[in-house]
Design a protein around this ligand. Sequence first.
Ligand SMILES: *[C@@H]1O[C@H](CO)[C@@H](O)[C@H](O)[C@H]1NC(C)=O
Ligand SMILES: *[C@@H]1O[C@H](CO)[C@@H](O)[C@H](O)[C@H]1NC(C)=O
Ligand SMILES: *[C@@H]1O[C@H](CO)[C@@H](O)[C@H](O)[C@H]1NC(C)=O
Ligand SMILES: *[C@@H]1O[C@H](CO)[C@@H](O)[C@H](O)[C@H]1NC(C)=O
Ligand SMILES: *[C@@H]1O[C@H](CO)[C@@H](O)[C@H](O)[C@H]1NC(C)=O
Ligand SMILES: *[C@@H]1O[C@H](CO)[C@@H](O)[C@H](O)[C@H]1NC(C)=O
Ligand SMILES: *[C@@H]1O[C@H](CO)[C@@H](O)[C@H](O)[C@H]1NC(C)=O
Ligand SMILES: *[C@@H]1O[C@H](CO)[C@@H](O)[C@H](O)[C@H]1NC(C)=O
Length: 550
Amino acid sequence: MMDLNVCFFRCLITATMLLQVRCKTVTGLYGQTIEVPCNNGASKPDDLIFTKWKYEMEDGTSGDLLVKQAHKDEAQIKALDGYKDRVSIAANFSLMIQNASMVDQRTFTCMVVYGSNLDEHPINVLVYKKPLPPQIRDKAKELENGKLTQLGVCVAAAANPAAEIEWSKNGAVLVSDDKNVVITTTMAVDPTNSLSTTTSSLLYAAVKGDVDAKFTCKSKHVIQTQLSHAETFAVHYPTEKLSLQVLATVPIIEGDNVTLKCKADGNPPPTSFIFTIKGQKVTVKESDNYTLQGVTRYNTGDYKCSLADDSKMEASERIVVNYLDLSLSPTGRVLKTFGDNLVVKMEQNSSGDAKVSWTKDNVKLDRAPTFKTVKYSDEGVYVCAVSVAGIKRSEKFHLEVEGKPVIKRLTKERSVDGTHKILTCEAEGAPQPSVQWSVNGTDEKNTYANGKAIHQITVVPSGNLTVTCFVTNKLGDDFMAINVTTLNKEEKLEKKGEQDGRRIQDKGPGKPERRNPEHLKKARSWRRTTTECRESRVIGLLETKEGRSS
Ligand SMILES: *[C@@H]1O[C@H](CO)[C@@H](O)[C@H](O)[C@H]1NC(C)=O
Ligand SMILES: *[C@@H]1O[C@H](CO)[C@@H](O)[C@H](O)[C@H]1NC(C)=O
Ligand SMILES: *[C@@H]1O[C@H](CO)[C@@H](O)[C@H](O)[C@H]1NC(C)=O
Ligand SMILES: *[C@@H]1O[C@H](CO)[C@@H](O)[C@H](O)[C@H]1NC(C)=O
Ligand SMILES: *[C@@H]1O[C@H](CO)[C@@H](O)[C@H](O)[C@H]1NC(C)=O
Ligand SMILES: *[C@@H]1O[C@H](CO)[C@@H](O)[C@H](O)[C@H]1NC(C)=O
Ligand SMILES: *[C@@H]1O[C@H](CO)[C@@H](O)[C@H](O)[C@H]1NC(C)=O
Ligand SMILES: *[C@@H]1O[C@H](CO)[C@@H](O)[C@H](O)[C@H]1NC(C)=O
């Protein structure tokens, strides 16, 4: 009895907000059924007469809830107020309170009456409720750089006990510093249900870096800690720096499109700009760029942009448009006569140091070609390639050299076995001259390169012979004679006389004797015969080949 009285006393003190120690406390959840055990569920005395549950009423007096006679199955509800429909007693004498609410936070007492005695077991009931998910309301439309602005209000509604609120930026807790962060928290109890609503207002001075910052608030509660949705805010700040970007493929060459883009570091970004294009101001609205289409060398220069509403804020950039002009003279097919002069003129204008290279028939030349007198070996395709800053240009000419044939050398040589003579006629001329001899030879060999024709035949002379080599093309002809002696007799002489083909000058006056009409006539008749002869021999050769292969 003593203990019980002490506890009862203390429970009463609890009601006056003092510490309660001995008195047992049970906690229930709002809206659920609370079980209030009787004496911790201890078994009841054998001589139990009845069990009664009482409660402490608002005025501090005690009221009866229900009575259960030991010999009856049903308990008798005594309550007349809201408890009448919500209370029942379990088989183990626990008081069951349905649909718990804040009114159930009070002291209930289980009174056990038996034999000659009675025990009272008071018990405190607490009802907890977690708040509704926290919400950020009254959000700022935008934040201004450095200016303390109400960012929002976080509400954690209808909780018991009241929830605590904590603000975070990018997950880091914000703490009031009375300067850049000012957090004011208030708590209000709803008189209709006694639930507490915690409201926390955040005043915040944003910095530029807060553009994508995520602000959240957290409700901390004994049942559950909950997090609000993350909110981000536009941060406004004026333009402090302007930059002009040149959007183009680098290096810029003639024909390119070049876009000038004016970048301001303010937020929201300015929407109007003034571009200064070659000294002329162009206002651009609802855009930050201006495109120069198909630029030329004349677009090279300094470009500027400024804010439409603040011309002092200005940025500039230089644009260099690269160009390359090339002219070559001559070009195309160039026909020159051997010995002529050819002047090659290459001229180039460019925006920088141009690289010039020459090739002849795809082979690199060390320097630009010059032709004081054109030679047969000069023939070929000449390409001049010039490049500067991503631009390549090339021009070419095809030099063709022609000239009437001139015999350079006519030589004779004894064969290794001494049975015959090898005659070689070397002539220059283009187009390729045809070569004829005044004798029938064998083992004919013929080469032609770079305007040089070499023709070789093998003869077996019977007696002293004057052999003439005759060369001709569409531009003219030439011939030369050589004396060939019988093999056995004049070896000595021949050694000395090798390469002694001579112009036939002893049959008339002056040089043109090479062209002595009689000689020409003779030579032409030789040509005719030898041509016929050669043709028939070639046919014979083919026949022989065919004969062999079949
Ligand atoms: C009493 O009975 C109820 C319902 O049968 C049960 O949920 C509860 O655990 C019991 N309590 C004790 C203390 O045994
Ligand atoms: C529970 O109690 C509340 C008032 O606290 C009431 O509005 C609600 O209808 C009750 N629910 C049930 C299931 O009795
Ligand atoms: C330049 O822009 C015009 C129009 O947009 C387009 O037709 C042309 O192909 C562009 N030129 C280059 C070199 O990109
Ligand atoms: C230029 O401005 C227009 C209009 O604002 C925009 O649609 C376009 O994307 C911009 N161009 C560039 C290259 O930024
Ligand atoms: C190079 O520029 C000069 C002067 O502008 C001009 O006279 C000349 O014709 C140009 N040459 C070429 C190949 O464009
Ligand atoms: C060359 O041979 C042919 C027949 O083989 C003969 O008709 C011709 O006279 C010969 N010419 C000379 C110059 O010996
Ligand atoms: C050939 O010429 C040599 C001298 O060059 C002479 O000695 C010889 O008699 C000549 N032979 C004939 C057959 O004319
Ligand atoms: C060839 O020999 C004749 C005499 O047989 C002579 O008149 C002539 O000058 C000689 N020609 C050459 C090229 O040696």
